[in-house]
Design a protein around this ligand. Structure first.
Ligand code: ZN
Length: 307
């Protein structure tokens, strides 16, 4: 197993051009007994300082669509009251370029998710997300679901965006063999266009940015830690929870259509809960929490529109 991990680690550093070897290495790892998930914020902060260079100045959010489901689906035990889930993407602004977190999705995938209902979609915001992807130097994905990867994978610009999109091997495998929606299935040929990589636990990818491997919501889920020049810290939790109440109450979702690793998710929720109570200037960002998005934009922790 140690040998396999080293091979995967080398591939992580080389990033592109070693997809097959890395898949073989990861397959060996998958046979090993799964270690339970753990993360250490002190270690993450240390790793965030490893890549030299100016850190990011600010982070912007776009809400390109909404999902309307009662809150009990997002937070087990919550009332079955109406609630809005924002669908979001983020733009991390450096002095000399931008990095995207997640990529939005087109209206066709939105309709597919809407199950025949008319949920809101905001074409102008979706267009700004597409322009943000075009302008970005690097694209990171919290996980391989359609509302997070669709803007790259199912875009007319896919051939242009893929070579600057970092895909983990777990994300790649799901997109190839078990995509959440048919529109995001990756062929072997399309997969070769991406920056394929693997890492064991943490990976610094830019000044102040660390990927944190977090399988649970999906096999390819990762959280993304960012510290800005100002010292403000953010932790993009992706879909570990769909609302901050899931973290506050350490409550899982209650959505029968999901196939999550609830053991890992409970450990992740507990870790986030401790951070929420103790980490001072660290701001957890939950992709679909509309209440939180509004509060962060109002308090200028996030810019409300892409630049
Ligand atoms: Zn999502």
């Amino acid at each position: 197993m140690k040998h396999a991990l080293i091979a995967a680690g080398v591939c992580g550093l080389l990033l592109a051009g070693c997809g097959e070897r890395a898949v073989a290495a990861a397959a060996v790892v998958a046979d090993a007994a799964p270690a339970s998930w753990a993360a250490d914020i002190a270690e993450i902060r240390r790793i965030a300082a490893l890549i030299p260079g100016a850190r990011a100045l600010r982070i912007n959010v776009e809400k390109f669509a909404e999902s309307r489901r009662t809150k009990n689906f997002a937070v087990k035990g919550a009332a079955a009251e109406p609630s809005v889930q924002a669908r979001t993407a983020y733009q991390v602004v450096y002095p000399d370029g931008q990095i995207m977190i997640d990529s939005g999705m087109n209206q066709e995938i939105h309709r597919y998710f809407g199950r025949g209902t008319e949920e809101p979609y905001f074409p102008e915001a979706a267009e700004r997300v597409q322009r943000g992807l075009q302008a970005a130097r690097l694209i990171l994905l919290t996980h391989e679901h359609g509302d997070h990867v669709g803007g790259v994978v199912d875009s007319p610009l896919a051939a242009q965006l893929a070579p600057k999109t970092l895909l983990t091997l777990e994300q790649l495998r799901t997109l190839q063999s078990a995509p959440q929606v048919p529109q995001i299935r990756l062929t072997d040929v399309a997969a070769q266009r991406y920056l394929l990589m693997d890492y064991e636990r943490y990976l610094p990818v830019a000044p102040g940015i660390v990927l944190i491997k977090s399988p649970g919501h999906t096999p390819g889920s990762q959280m993304i830690y960012i510290v800005l020049q100002s010292g403000a810290e953010y932790l993009f939790a992706g879909d570990v929870a769909w609302h901050m109440d899931g973290i506050r109450q350490q409550a899982l979702k209650d959505a029968p259509w999901l196939t999550e690793d609830s053991g890992n998710l409970l450990v992740q929720l507990a870790w986030l809960n401790v951070l929420l109570r103790n980490a001072g200037a660290l701001h957890i960002v939950v992709s679909h929490d509309e209440d939180q998005r509004l509060a962060y934009v109002a308090s200028r922790l996030l810019g409300g529109r892409f630049e």
